[in-house]
Ligand binder design. Sequence first.
Ligand SMILES: [Zn+2]
Length: 65
Amino acid sequence: MARYDYRCPNCGRRFEVEHPMGERPAVHCASCGGKAQRVFSASGIHFEGHGFYNTDQRASTETTT
Ligand SMILES: [Zn+2]
């Protein structure tokens, strides 16, 4: 399994989804039910100078909120 960032174009919510590499499942926003789109410049691919620790923290706070 790999972790990917998705973003909902409807409400702007951003979240992470785990699914096997190479698969492109339909991902729906937990807030509004809209179809989310994959974000490619995401954590795990592109760090923007913050590093692992920061991206992990952001992910866990987003999933619990
Ligand atoms: Zn949404």
